[in-house]
Design a binder for this molecule. Structure first.
Ligand code: NAP
Length: 497
């Protein structure tokens, strides 16, 4: 069994305390690797490495094209080593190998290539004389040393989404992956090193968020925290970051509505509903979770959805036929089961699923059957809160105003979708839904070129797209006097002497 080290200042080192943490395979509950539990001194060392490398200019002063070439090399190395990454991500996260090999890894490679290209195109306003005596210009500059804290649901992809726009724009980073899934982030550090990123620019430390993550948020040597994870922890990081007024960029939870009008193509909507609800074993911030179905097509939609849910193949994530693996942990399974129970207590009717399936050879895995629940209780926890598991909550709606009001009536605002064949309904809904993404007749698609951003308590800032690069830059106004005069006319308005 491999024991991974911390990657600090270009060196692979053990934690100063020698303390190790187990990393498990969620489909078997077996320990598959050990990682270091970073001590306070280790965190300090990683922060210093990021700080010093940034201040030295060894990376931040490279022309964007040079940084871009190195990132492209990382993408090539990832492509070359993808088999190893696919195996590791599947084993550590419990996602199906079908999803990891067909989507997660190829898409992540595309994300890196996009970021590498986009960092060469960042620009400010054109130089101009906004007052007669001088010329103004805008410089975009890296923010500095950035702490990046990532979740377990897309372990490798989330590091790319947050740490790569940061380094592409010249920042140095300390990355802390989720404790359940640190392995591909540590492997990525090997590629970063081999591609020629200078020591100290990209550091990876592992350990509990409650100690390591909080120390990062408090540190006065880090200029920014980029966090992807739960809204609860996002709020905590906002509080901690305020002591140094560091920038805290937050990509948080979601509770996506999936709105099906009676004029929609119902078969297409059901196919997408399945994928939107169960992708990543139901642990995706964009998962369709609230299915609002118009009265006239309600029975047809639910009947078809029930049939299709029954066909989902749950099993060994490493089997190429498996559609859905386990949840990430026993704690997560207990949480999801708790929501199903609460949904029923609050008036919901369980139509199917919600049990623990028996998977041969994986009896200790954290499996759960996707649950389909109908409820008329709009204030039930299964309608309002992020469950983060394969729970399909079905609701009925009357008309446009009714469904838009209910869809918006949550604290989250990340993804949403609307299904209709009427262009007017579609256009109105894209305006009226208060979410960072509105899909029309689709759900979950996010091209590398488009922003992934939240409204309300889903956070602020953006991943992907050129906006993700802007997120990691300051804007600086630079002003040049163009008169050469000893005294400019406007000085008299202040001091005539
Ligand atoms: P989480 O519990 O908030 O943990 C995320 C990260 O924060 C982990 O690395 C965790 O470390 C760390 N952490 C935990 N407590 C901390 C603290 N007090 N201070 C600093 N860091 C702390 O989230 P998760 O359960 O891993 O991920 C699921 C959540 O992420 C869902 O809410 C999902 O919607 C959200 N998500 C959002 C997006 C998006 O783009 N908006 C994308 C993916 C996921 P440990 O693992 O050591 O606890």
């Amino acid at each position: 069994m491999e024991t991974y080290k911390l990657y600090i200042n270009g060196e692979w080192v053990n934690s100063s305390t020698g303390k190790l943490l187990d990393v498990k395979n969620p489909s078997t509950d077996e320990v598959i690797a050990k990682v270091q539990s970073a001590s306070e001194a280790d965190v300090e060392m990683a922060v210093d490495a990021a700080r010093d490398s940034f201040d030295s200019g060894v990376w931040s002063r490279l022309p964007p094209g040079d940084r871009s070439n190195i990132l492209l090399k990382i993408a090539d190395l990832l492509e070359k080593n993808q088999k190893e990454f696919i195996k590791l991500e599947t084993e550590n996260s419990g996602k199906s190998v079908k999803q990891v090999s067909g989507y997660d890894i190829p898409y992540t490679i595309d994300n890196i290539r996009f970021i590498a290209g986009a960092c060469r195109t960042l620009e400010g306003k054109a130089m101009a004389e906004y007052v007669a005596d001088g010329t103004s210009a805008i410089r975009r500059e890296p923010i500095g040393a950035v702490g990046v804290i990532t979740p377990w649901n897309y372990p490798l992809m989330m590091v790319i989404w947050r740490a790569f726009p940061a380094i592409a724009t010249g920042n140095s980073v300390v990355v802390k992956p989720a404790s359940y899934t640190p392995l591909t982030t540590l492997k990525l550090a090997e590629l970063v090193e081999n591609a020629g990123v200078p020591a100290g620019v990209f550091n990876v430390i592992t350990g509990p968020g409650s100690s390591v993550g909080e120390q990062m948020a408090r540190s006065n040597k880090l200029d920014m925290i980029a966090f992807t994870g739960s809204t609860e922890v996002g709020k905590r990081l906002s509080d901690l970051g305020s002591s140094t007024l560091k920038k805290v960029s937050l990509e948080l939870g979601g509770k996506a509505p999936f709105i099906v009008f009676e004029d929609a193509n119902i078969d297409a909507a059901v196919e997408s509903a399945i994928v939107g609800g169960m992708v990543n074993n139901g642990q995706d911030c964009a998962n369709s979770t609230r299915y609002y179905i118009q009265e006239k097509v309600f029975d047809r939609f639910v009947q078809r959805l029930k049939e299709r849910i029954r066909q989902i193949k749950i099993g060994d994530p490493e089997n190429p036929d498996t559609d859905m693996g386990p949840l990430i942990s026993e704690a997560q399974r207990t949480r999801v089961e708790g929501y199903i129970k609460k949904g029923i207590e609050e008036g919901g009717r369980l139509i199917s699923g919600g049990d623990r399936p028996k998977i041969n050879g994986h009896e200790h895995g954290y499996y759960i059957d996707p649950a389909l629940i109908y409820t008329e209780n709009e204030s039930s926890a299964i309608v309002k809160e992020e469950i983060f598991g394969p729970v399909f909550t079905i609701l009925k709606f009357r008309d446009y105003d009714d469904v838009i009001r209910r869809s918006n009536d949550v604290t989250y605002g990340l993804g949403s979708s609307v299904w209709t064949s009427d262009i007017t309904t579609a256009m109105r809904a894209t305006r009226d839904l208060r979410f960072g993404t509105v899909w029309v007749n689709e759900h979950v698609v996010v091209p590398s070129e488009m922003p992934w951003a939240g409204y309300k308590q889903s956070g602020h800032g953006a991943s992907l797209s050129p906006y993700s690069l802007e997120e990691f830059t300051y804007i600086k106004h630079v002003y040049f006097d163009i008169t050469g005069k000893v005294r400019k006319d406007w000085y008299d308005q202040i001091f005539k002497g």
